[in-house]
Design a protein. Structure first.
Length: 181
């Protein structure tokens, strides 16, 4: 696998509203464990759409990995200025990620026009990647369900791998961390 699409829940879908929330540490730890195994197998690019939560935390994990490995990050937004309605703290976090990314591009070269842009983002990201790592739990649907549905649909006709991370996986890491502290 050369290109991996990473996505998952937005921060508020986890109930995370502060950047120092303990849960972020566990999410990033799971992402890093899984990402390192893909890097060992030759992963070259991670692609995200730059949404708050899982995707931007994944970007931070990629930056950590870049200190030792030659993996690159592409932020491919669905449309221009997606961060414009976010609060200042979230915009600054997003801009810090964009500043370090190896590639920044927008699928639509216009601002938000409607939900069709978000649907097209899922189609684009799946088709431009060899597989998807997604934090998603069937029992707690939320926004990742659309990316998961697109990946499952695409997989019917193409060789496409889906690597889900569930809440049980996150809980297991949290438990291991608490035992080691």
């Amino acid at each position: 696998m050369k290109v991996l699409y990473i996505t998952g829940y937005k921060a508020y879908e986890y109930g995370i509203f502060k950047k120092d929330h303990q849960g972020i540490k566990y999410i990033k730890k799971v992402l890093k464990q899984r990402l390192l195994s893909f890097i060992d197998e030759g992963l070259e690019w991670v692609i995200i759409s730059g949404q708050l939560g899982t995707e931007l935390w994944a970007a931070e994990v990629v930056f950590e990995c870049q200190q030792e490995y030659a993996v690159k990050l592409a932020v491919i937004t669905p449309y221009l200025n997606q961060e414009e309605s976010w609060n200042e703290e979230n915009r600054e976090f997003y801009q810090s990620i964009i500043a370090k990314a190896d590639l920044v591009e927008s699928i639509y070269k216009s601002p938000y026009e409607g939900p069709s842009q978000l649907k097209m983002k899922n189609v684009f990201m799946v088709r431009k990647s060899d597989g998807m790592m997604i934090i998603y739990d069937e029992e707690k649907e939320g926004s990742p369900k659309f990316a998961m549905a697109e990946a499952k649909k695409y997989r019917l006709d193409y060789d496409y791998s889906i690597y889900p991370i569930t809440f049980d996986d996150l809980e297991q890491i949290a438990t291991e961390e608490q035992w080691s502290d």
